[in-house]
Design a protein. Structure first.
Length: 373
């Protein structure tokens, strides 16, 4: 069975489908051959339309960049898929997210199609992702109308919808009227790593931050908190591609890719993971912290409350302030046994919900059912 995995390879989305595709490649007994199709980079004939912005209008959404980019990315997916189908049969489609599936047209009615999503456009419209200010939100009925219509058509014709979280699943039912029988939560997943070796408590605990978009994920707040309260007793490892000025106790790590030896070393060495993010739709990096059994302090952005069991598996910040972060970090450093117990329970939750092999089995079963129906 040939299955096309249509991938929005941008930010956290880039790792979602490829992990499932790689797992299927390693398990030929499941009978599914994945064909990965990336939405980016845009080819020259679509790049100008999708990437350009009109200065002064984008902040209000009036340059229609949100629509144009998604139109170009989904057009690129459609054109690549047409070329692939001219060479070989495709038995099913798995697309993540709806942003790159808007130009599939008649395909969902002809080929079993599964649509993954971290959030609906309805949810995004209520957040700074698509409405950065009051004026932009005021114009949204105009600027997002074409997107919303195309999204509804895709949802209505898809075989199944695969939201990453219960929050997205609830939006599909409440805001779009989708039958719950067609909705199956399929969260981001990863291989269960070996447990970290037991280590003596270090004299200087190592705090860890991982985030490509340093500012959006709360990096400046974290640096300020570390500088004012912890630089004299804790080291801070920051994994990012953003230029960050040097500071006492601060170590910057660039070029660290998920799954690499350098990536694992950072998690192995971490005594506490800090994630004061301002804006998320999910928060995949929290799964990595759970998997490596690292104590966590996180904002409530995205799906953090659900991922961390409303605080059972890590501390949730009541507000995004230096003081709130200081209190949470201090609590963990002064009560390591309680933090370790939350981390242990978090690892158990990860093994139950986010194990790549188990979730790949579920996806393979759904695909076989749909293709043979």
């Amino acid at each position: 069975m040939n299955v096309a995995f249509l991938n929005e390879n941008m930010l956290g989305h880039s790792s979602y489908l490829p992990r499932f595709a790689a797992a299927l490649e390693r398990r030929p007994e499941l009978g599914i051959h994945p064909v990965v199709v990336d939405a980016l980079p845009l080819p020259p004939h679509l790049k100008r339309w999708g990437d350009t912005s009109i200065r002064g209008l984008r902040r209000f959404g009036l340059d229609f960049h949100a629509c144009r980019w998604r139109s170009a990315a989904s057009r690129n997916i459609r054109e690549q898929l047409d070329r692939i189908r001219a060479r070989q049969p495709i038995d099913a489609l798995v697309v993540n997210t709806q942003s790159v599936g808007l130009k599939l047209g008649e395909f969902p009615a002809q080929i079993p199609t599964f649509v993954g999503l971290d959030a609906t456009f309805r949810q995004l419209a209520d957040s700074p992702w698509m409405g950065q200010n009051a004026a932009a939100r005021f114009f949204q009925p105009l600027t997002l109308s074409a997107l919303r219509r195309a999204e509804r058509r895709l949802f209505q014709t898809a075989t199944r919808l695969l939201p990453w979280s219960e929050n997205a699943a609830k939006s599909l039912e409440a805001d779009y009227g989708i039958d719950g029988a067609r909705i199956h939560v399929l969260p981001p997943s990863m291989e269960v790593p070996a447990r970290r070796s037991v280590r003596e408590r270090p004299l200087r605990p190592r705090l860890l931050f991982v985030g490509g978009d340093f500012s959006r994920k709360g990096g400046p707040l974290l640096l300020e908190c570390h500088r004012r309260h912890f630089a004299d007793r804790c080291d801070l490892d920051v994994v990012t591609e953003t230029d960050v000025p040097p500071a006492p106790g601060l170590r910057i790590h660039r070029g660290v890719t998920a799954g690499s030896d350098a990536w694992r070393q950072r998690w192995e060495a971490a005594d506490l993971f800090l994630f004061p993010s301002r804006l998320e739709t999910f928060g995949i990096v929290l799964l990595e912290a759970l998997a490596f059994e690292v104590p966590i302090v996180s904002s409530k952005a995205g799906a953090a409350e659900a991922i961390l069991g409303a605080g059972a598996y890590g501390k949730l910040l009541p507000e995004l302030t230096v003081e709130a972060l200081r209190v949470a970090v201090t609590d963990i450093l002064e009560a390591p046994a309680a933090a370790a117990e939350r981390a242990r329970l978090g690892r158990q939750s990860f093994e139950k919900k986010y194990d790549l092999q188990a979730n790949t089995n579920r996806l393979a079963e759904w695909l076989r059912e749909a293709v043979t129906a």
